[in-house]
Unconditional design. Structure first.
Length: 142
């Protein structure tokens, strides 16, 4: 589910989104478009599928999206791109920060390395949600 699909009549305005605070808390710079802050952290290794190199822009980067949920809260969604040894560590960090895991799957056949994609949903105070996502990002190989 992309962040744009979660917008509703009760969502806060783009002016309510503390984008600078979120970026500082997570340690990533992103872009704001249509009220959604998009952040990305690429995988450090070269990723190939069936011998073809896939750049981060082809979905090989962890993607995090925030939007205002009104009343000083945010909603965040996206997916972590992980190798097998990172899956349980990232899941633990998300759950410890009350961020829901909504899906875990693999997109690729014959990929190198073998990657897993964990989708998440977090809602609440911007600093709390950002802190949880930063903790999960900390479990990924740099």
């Amino acid at each position: 589910m992309c962040a744009a699909t979660v917008r509703s009549a009760t969502a806060g305005s783009a002016d309510d989104l503390p984008a600078d605070q979120i970026q500082q808390a997570i340690g990533l710079k992103g872009t704001v478009s249509n009220g959604v802050l998009s952040l990305s952290q690429p995988r450090p290794e070269t990723i190939q599928m069936m011998g073809v190199t896939l750049p981060p822009s082809m979905g090989m980067a962890t993607a995090i999206n925030f939007q205002s949920a009104g009343s000083g809260k945010v909603a965040a969604t996206g997916d972590f791109v992980m190798v097998a040894d990172e899956v349980n560590k990232v899941a633990r960090a998300l759950r410890q920060h009350e961020i829901a895991i909504t899906a875990l799957h693999n997109h690729m056949l014959h990929g190198s390395p073998e990657l897993y994609f964990m989708h998440f949903w977090g809602e609440g105070d911007a600093a709390r949600v950002a802190s949880g996502l930063k903790a999960a990002l900390g479990e990924l190989k740099k």
